[in-house]
Write a protein that binds this ligand. Sequence first.
Ligand SMILES: NC(=O)c1ccc[n+]([C@@H]2O[C@H](COP(=O)([O-])OP(=O)(O)OC[C@H]3O[C@@H](n4cnc5c(N)ncnc54)[C@H](OP(=O)(O)O)[C@@H]3O)[C@@H](O)[C@H]2O)c1
Length: 234
Amino acid sequence: MTDLTGKTAVITGASRGIGAAVARMLHDRGMNLGLASRRGDDLGLERVVARPVDVRDLDALVGLCDEVADRFGGIDVVIPNAGVGAYGSFLDLSREFLDEMLDVNLKGTVYAIRAALPHMLGRQGDVITVASEAGRRGLPYEAVYCASKFGQVGLTAALDHELREQGIRCTNICPGGVATDFALEPGRGRTTDVLPGMMTAEDVAEVIVFALERPRHFRILETALRPMTEGSWG
Ligand SMILES: NC(=O)c1ccc[n+]([C@@H]2O[C@H](COP(=O)([O-])OP(=O)(O)OC[C@H]3O[C@@H](n4cnc5c(N)ncnc54)[C@H](OP(=O)(O)O)[C@@H]3O)[C@@H](O)[C@H]2O)c1
């Protein structure tokens, strides 16, 4: 098992939901953290650099990663997790939502990895992308969200070829429904009564910690996890 104590992780979208659950679990394992979100929440944790960062801003992400590396001596793990979703028929989707999903989910992931990677080279690190089941299958009324999530999955899978030889593992985490604010975003038509049937943010965080703690002689390329209330859509 890989001991995470004293290692450093940068997590985007860490102010709530899955990102916050991952941050708390990694902190409990003794990791140092760099946390990015627009509200810049440090979750009340120690050994943290938390800054208000919009992941659409590469310079802001570079600034955070430089500061994290200065403070903790480098970066071992980057977890691009910040994400937004809006749903409905393709032509009804507003330009604002269309741009936000592509920019936050896809470009924000490219930017986060690009900002962290220079500080990870020469270390035994991990890139863990929080994608979605929507990054593995085309789902109805989620075309642009799926496009952003397929993009994340493709990026991370392609980087695996480049980074494996340098000792960096690349993993796509692809959850189904998780009971967070996200699950109730526009167009999903869901009310809060669906939340108890979903996975929790901690369920997903445990899978991420599991991937990180595997011995370094192998890597998990992709995981798919679903609540028992959800079908597998073939
Ligand atoms: N919940 C689900 O059912 C589900 C299923 C599969 C995959 N996912 C994926 O899991 C990831 C996390 O989702 P979640 O369920 O934890 O959502 P959430 O509870 O809504 O949290 C989203 C996080 O992203 C941050 N964020 C949003 N826009 C941002 C921006 N422009 N710049 C920086 N941070 C931003 C938010 O912080 P601020 O508002 O402070 O910026 C927040 O911390 C997303 O990539 C999502 O696509 C979710």
